[in-house]
Design a protein around this ligand. Structure first.
Ligand code: ASP
Length: 435
């Protein structure tokens, strides 16, 4: 037998090439977390690599959603079906979000993360982060009424909606455009749909290309976060972080598996296919940036039809934030406890309502959950300085809640697809998908 004479570097490169993409992304994440603090300033300097990666994803999202939703609506054939999909999706999102806030509140009440913080720590945190509170105070704008909200869903200029990545407006326009195409005869519709189909396919090709550089982007993002992260703050707020992250984890391993089972899908199969999307969400802290990958995996690996995914997922990126809802429940209780404010049942119901509504209008971008938290605090009359108590661990909680947020969108898409007979797992996977 001839010994293998492949030179070592080539062997290593070959081995690395052989690793599956999702394993590489996970490696990027782990290595970033481990080496970030060691690299220090260098890690901060390579952050543009991570930002470039996020920009690449965001670059794809608007044309992808637009093309895919117009094609999806125009090929639906039956507008009543669209109405049904809409009602089911919004219903699911409202129930899941309200349940998530309630779970966050219950966990906060049960584990009392804010009880026992000494006055000195509290005073020093309030002083350290006073600037952030000022900024938040300026960002709290008047809450729009329901009427305003509905009017604002209609874009005066669809191109502006696209330029601002305003998903609610984009969805509104794309559906109407799709309906208009359906009304036009086949002959008129076809050339437009052919082009949009090609745009859609080209965007998917781009998603796949960006996914190949994901391990490096994820490494750069996580390295920068862990290099800059205040581990001291983490220790001070450990109980709060554990309660918040723990509740999100419990929600993820209870609510979603139940929803998946109701949709006839094996949760093990789901998480095996989906954890790559979760890694994207965790590293980018943005449901919007994760959307292209989420659409790709939900349609091609989990079998959700284009019609359902193209509508349910972009809507979810804006409207459905289960992780954020849990965060708001836990944080409200935490801040109230530190300030010694006790919240009665009515207050808790106010939190459920306000947090659910606040999450509807918030875009899936980094840090938005902390902004909408101010709405909840204002509603309850809790001092907004309280934000200063949680800001030190904001990034890590943002990463976690984004992961839970996107998972909720896909769990809903699978359920809606199942009930609409639009769930078609690839034949080769059927055995494990329905196990
Ligand atoms: N970053 C989250 C998301 O994109 C929203 C939040 O800040 O809670 O889903």
């Amino acid at each position: 037998m001839t010994p293998d004479r492949t030179p070592l570097p080539k062997l290593i490169v070959g081995k690395i090439r052989g690793i599956k993409l999702h394993t590489k992304i996970l490696l990027g994440l782990i290595l970033g977390a481990v080496f970030g603090p060691l690299l220090g300033n260098i890690a901060v300097q390579i952050k543009p690599v991570g930002d470039a990666f996020i920009n690449l994803l965001i670059m794809i999202v608007v044309p992808l959603v637009m093309a895919s939703l117009i094609v999806g609506t125009a090929s639906l054939g039956d507008l009543r079906k669209l109405g049904r999909i809409g009602i089911k999706t919004v219903g699911y999102y409202l129930v899941a979000t309200a349940l998530a806030v309630a779970m966050g509140l219950a966990a906060g009440k049960a584990f009392k993360p804010g009880a026992g913080m000494d006055e000195e720590t509290k005073a020093s945190m309030l002083a350290d982060y006073a600037g952030v509170t000022e900024e938040q105070l300026q960002r709290v704008t008047e809450k729009p009424s329901l009427g305003d909200f509905l009017v604002r869903i209609i874009p005066r200029n669809p191109f502006r909606a696209m330029a601002e990545t305003n998903f609610l407006q984009i969805i509104f326009f794309a559906i109407l455009f799709g309906i208009a195409l359906t009304i036009l005869g086949e002959q008129h519709r076809k050339p437009v749909l052919d082009i949009l189909n090609t745009v859609n396919d080209a965007m998917i090709v781009l998603v796949k290309m960006v996914m190949r550089v994901a391990p490096y982007g994820v490494f750069a993002l996580i390295a920068a976060v862990s290099a800059q992260f205040g581990y001291g703050v983490l220790l001070t707020l450990l109980k709060y972080v554990v309660v918040a992250v723990g509740t999100m984890a419990v929600f993820t391993v209870t609510f979603y598996p139940i929803s998946l089972r109701l949709s006839g899908m094996s949760p093990v199969f789901f998480f095996k296919k989906y954890y790559e999307v979760m890694l994207f969400a965790f590293s980018t802290s943005s449901s919007n940036a994760t959307l292209p990958v989420n659409l790709e995996v939900s349609e091609n690996e989990l079998g959700v039809s284009n019609q359902v995914a193209a509508f349910v997922l972009p809507l979810g990126a804006t409207v459905n934030m289960n992780g954020t809802a849990i965060y708001q429940g836990v944080s409200t209780i935490f801040i109230a406890q530190v300030f010694g404010i006790s919240l009665g049942l009515m207050d808790l119901l106010t939190v459920v309502l306000t947090a659910t509504l606040a999450s509807i209008g918030a875009a899936g971008v980094p840090g938005i959950g902390m902004v909408t938290l101010t709405i909840v605090l204002t509603q309850l009359g809790i001092p907004l300085e309280g934000i200063a108590l949680v800001v030190g661990v904001e990034r890590i909680l943002d990463m976690t809640r984004t992961t839970v947020n996107v998972t909720g969108d896909t769990a809903c898409a699978i359920w809606v697809a199942k009930t609409e007979k639009e769930l078609n797992v690839p034949v080769s996977e059927e055995v494990s998908a329905y196990a």
